[in-house]
Write a new protein. Structure first.
Length: 607
């Protein structure tokens, strides 16, 4: 999984993953410059670890049965860490668990280039033995200097000894140039190549605090904040405050602000003028995204909160989920044994209005071909959407066993989960007329199934059908299963299962825009069985020796990540995991000027 800073700050990130709590007199955001797009912080990791240890999952991890399974991997990891620390010449107990850390990404306008360039600042403090922790940094700097003379130089920042760490070679070969560009690998928070302009990272220690950053002056001013000197920061931003308040600090939090993110994404100037109307129509006026993780949420082991902060009313795609309703049991066609279930209310009649608004927001030359399509098919689409919804149901299940001789075109054991979408349909004929316009050209043929109409393609992987006031989309066998019971009243057998009842009870009686759950135990057991059957051993997409930059930097610092133990645990029977966790439940509600999503890991399900 990629981290927001990727390889540019991997050395800093692995060190700050051991960082301690931030100073009581100043929150981390107070040292992050005002033009920030992402701020992340965990403020009391010691308390978090204590709370996590008390959860069913934490107790499970500490149990004799689980420790016996991972004992070999943990011991091997400790040996590797000991060997590396000996190589660095630091004491075995040089590192300690963090109490807090913070990461801030922001933009600085470069006058010479007349461009907004991304930069970063990180800060952590070690409460226990900061002098010993500092020996790890010092040893790494010495090692870097030996391998590359001039890579690390000494300087002064606000009267304190500091280091400048060169990360760009003075005369790189073409081969090394290509390799260095991997530093700019993008992800959801950092566009590709965003940090490629940074050539030096600065490091300064202030007692228990350890700071890294790409702008020397910002580190100087950060130290001044801790000394009591005020400065403009993202903490003063109304959008930042509102976004952070929407999710709270909890065990850890992250705030993503759209105004500066647009600059980082290269959407400024003429580009921004082109893209902004389209984005505004599609999503409305979104100002920020908030995230926080809590291990103290009532009734849950862990709760992840995420918010979308909006100025004014919900617009575009964000306005489609409506109205909010109290969570109800799954309908009659939802059979037991599903690995996941969810439902959302969608205002289908608004979809064509949204499409027309989006097309209207495009430049004339781009909108022209869409206008022609809307004129031809718009009336049929409008009639069909007006007869659909509002409730949409999503069901996930393990796919049936395949017959290799008959189903060679179908999915392998690695993709054994199937999804089905069921949408309430008030007028089958209106939707059938629309489908007859498009589906035959895509290779679909209509057929009768127990008096119901089904459209499916040759492999039968993609199919849609009507019955009992519902429109179904999914695999043919899945659609047929639902059609057999679509006309029945009441609820399906899934509603009678302990896991579904537990999820419903957790969502409660507050109206929600959508809700659902994942039966984690079913998925774990299915992945284990299918992988073992196809390869002779369990493969979960985790290698025992990751080769990404962050892991290499962690290894250099003597911090070993024993990934083999993850594989070993996932090879275990689901009965073992049953003692650790229940379903994962999610729900979305509309609060004051924001959408709030709750994702909760529940305790083990009672029989």
């Amino acid at each position: 999984m990629n981290t927001p800073l990727k390889s540019l700050v991997a050395l800093c990130a692995m060190a700050l993953s051991l960082a301690a709590r931030a100073a009581d007199e100043a929150k981390f955001e107070s040292i992050v410059p005002e033009d920030a797009w992402l701020v992340l912080s965990a403020e009391n990791i010691a308390a978090t670890r204590e709370r996590w240890s008390a959860t069913p999952l934490g107790q499970w991890w500490q149990s004799e049965s689980v420790q016996a399974i991972v004992k070999e991997e943990i011991e091997a990891s400790r040996k590797r860490m000991t060997a590396r620390r000996q190589e660095l010449g630091v004491e075995e107990d040089a590192w300690s668990w963090p109490a807090s850390f913070g990461i801030g990404l922001y933009v600085v306008h470069d006058e010479d280039l007349d461009a907004d360039l991304p930069h970063f600042i990180l800060c952590g403090t070690w409460k226990d033995n900061p002098d010993k922790v500092a020996t790890i940094f010092d040893a790494l700097f010495v090692e870097m200097q030996k391998k590359d003379a001039g890579a690390v130089t000494s300087l002064d920042i606000r009267g304190k000894p500091a280091r400048a760490i060169r990360i760009a070679e003075e005369h790189p070969t073409p081969k090394k140039k290509a390799k260095s560009r991997k530093r700019g690998e993008g992800n959801a928070f950092v566009p590709d190549g965003a940090f490629d302009h940074i050539e030096t990272i600065y490091y300064v220690r202030d007692g228990e605090r350890f700071l890294f950053g790409s702008v020397k002056q910002d580190l100087d001013e950060a130290l001044g904040v801790y000394e009591g000197t005020s400065r403009k920061s993202v903490a003063e931003s109304a959008d930042f405050k509102k976004t952070l308040d929407s999710v709270g600090r909890n065990d850890g939090w992250m705030v993503l602000l759209t105004s500066s993110l647009h600059k980082v994404a290269g959407a400024g100037g003429p580009q921004m003028a082109l893209v902004q109307p389209f984005l505004q129509t599609l999503f409305g006026d979104v100002h920020g995204y908030g995230f926080s993780l809590s291990s103290e949420a009532p009734g849950a082991q862990f709760e992840l909160l995420s918010s979308i902060v909006i100025e004014g009313e919900r617009m575009g795609l964000l306005a489609l989920p409506n109205p909010a309703r109290v969570a109800a049991p799954p309908p009659a066609f939802v059979a037991g044994g599903a690995s996941g279930y969810g439902t959302v209310n969608v205002q289908f009649p608004l979809i064509m209005k949204l499409v027309e608004s989006v097309v209207a927001s495009l430049p004339e030359e781009m909108a022209e071909p869409f206008d022609a399509t809307l004129q031809q098919y718009g009336p049929d689409l409008t009639r069909a959407f007006a007869r659909l919804g509002p409730d949409v149901h999503i069901i996930r299940r393990d796919a049936p066993e395949l017959n290799p001789a008959k189903d060679s075109s179908r999915r392998s054991g690695a993709d054994k989960e199937e999804s089905l979408y069921a949408i309430r349909c008030a007028d089958e004929q209106a939707v059938t007329t629309l489908l007859n316009l498009f589906l035959p050209e895509a290779g679909f043929e209509s057929r009768d199934f127990n008096g119901n109409t089904i459209f499916d393609e040759k492999s039968r992987e993609a199919c849609c059908g009507f019955g009992g006031g519902w429109f179904f989309m999914g695999n043919s066998s899945f659609v047929e299963q639902c059609l057999r019971t679509s006309g029945k009243d009441g609820t399906g057998t899934l509603a009678e299962t302990p896991v579904c009842r537990q999820a419903l009870a957790d969502v409660g009686t507050k109206p929600v825009l959508c809700w659902g759950y994942q039966d984690i135990l079913i998925r774990l057991d299915s992945n284990r069985r299918e992988s073992a059957k196809s390869t002779g051993k369990v493969s979960v997409g985790v290698t025992s020796a990751p080769d990404d930059f962050e892991h290499r930097m962690a290894t250099r610092a003597g911090l070993d990540i024993p990934n083999d133990l993850i594989i070993k645990l996932l090879q275990c029977d689901a009965k073992l995991w049953k003692e650790a966790m229940g379903p994962g439940v999610y729900s979305v509600t509309e609060e004051s000027s924001l959408l709030l999503t709750r994702v909760r890991l529940l305790p083990p399900t009672a029989p």
